[in-house]
Ligand binder design. Structure first.
Ligand code: NDP
Ligand code: 8X3
Length: 257
């Protein structure tokens, strides 16, 4: 009976950074996991480690969120294995490059729009009807301080996160008649693989982003998500913006003294 009551969480982009920390924290609290990403090896490693360490069930789904058919196929197969999804975390995302608008790389732009925006939509379109059927559920969208205030050379990345902000607001309205919560989590600078990805593997350039600051860590974001997910049924945190102590917003931060 208790096995049937067990809660689960589906985290996209769980092979690294926030997604990995979120999945681990929920596993530690006995949630079954559905974890996704493109790196199959990492998914398998995490599944083996967490099933052993936490005694939870971990389903891995290896797909690219930009590939609509792959999303539909993977989640279609998932629906044969689980009969509910308690929590969805739309986390998979990235920044590619950081250039003024007149010099931007159009391939970078498309990668960000396809991942951060269309990928989030493809996954949500599959999972939201399940939650509607269940008459409950909780969707987290990982936005950013970059989705609240634009910064220099942030242009398209900021635009995708502004769009996520709009989607979180609108999804909440659409889904609240069915008891589904929608929470936007908007972190500021956090040390993950984010900047290494943004600067195409240039570790030195990436580490410069966090020079003289004590950035958020992935575990900080995981704690915030867990807090929001642990509130009573009638309470929803709609929008949570979090930064490290020396950052005020996407535009303004100071050096650690
Ligand atoms: P990481 O690079 O550490 O993690 C990104 C995750 O997204 C990886 O697991 C990656 O998995 C997955 N991912 C990326 N592209 C795709 C894709 N096309 N299909 C499937 N999965 C994909 O970065 P973060 O943890 O920092 O980023 C997570 C989210 O947080 C992003 O949406 C980012 O924009 C946002 N964010 C980050 C901040 C930061 O400063 N770090 C601050 C605010 C928001 P794989 O490569 O295996 O596919
Ligand atoms: C990622 C953090 O500072 O590049 O959303 O906007 S930042």
């Amino acid at each position: 009976y208790f096995a049937a009551m067990k809660r689960n969480i589906f985290v996209t982009g769980a092979t690294s950074g926030f997604g990995k920390a979120i999945a681990r924290l929920f596993a530690a609290h006995q949630y079954d996991l559905i974890i996704s990403g493109r790196r199959e090896e990492r998914l398998q490693e995490l599944k083996a480690a967490w099933e052993q360490q936490y005694g939870v069930k971990v389903i891995t789904l290896c797909f690219d969120v930009r590939d609509r058919d792959a999303v539909d196929k993977a989640i279609g197969a998932l629906k044969q294995q689980v009969d509910k999804i308690d929590i969805l975390v739309n986390n998979a995302g990235l920044a590619a490059g950081m250039a003024p608008i007149d010099e931007g790389n159009v391939d970078h732009w498309e990668r960000m729009i396809d991942t951060n925006l269309k990928g989030l939509l493809y996954v949500t379109r599959q999972i939201a009807p399940m939650m509607r059927e269940q008459r409950c559920g909780h969707i987290f969208n990982i936005g950013s301080t970059a989705g609240k205030l634009a910064y220099r050379n942030g242009n398209v990345y900021c635009a995708t996160k502004f769009a996520v902000d709009a989607l979180s607001q609108s999804m909440r309205i659409d889904l609240l008649p069915y008891g589904i919560k929608v929470t936007a989590i908007n972190p500021g600078m956090a040390e993950t693989e984010f900047s290494v990805v943004r600067f195409d593997g240039d570790a030195e350039k990436a580490s410069k982003v966090y020079e003289d600051v004590r950035p958020l860590q992935a575990e900080d974001i995981a704690s915030a998500v867990f807090y929001c997910a642990s509130l009573p049924a009638h309470v929803c945190i709609n929008d949570l913006t979090m930064t490290c102590l020396t950052q005020a917003n996407a535009f303004y931060s100071i050096k650690e003294s």
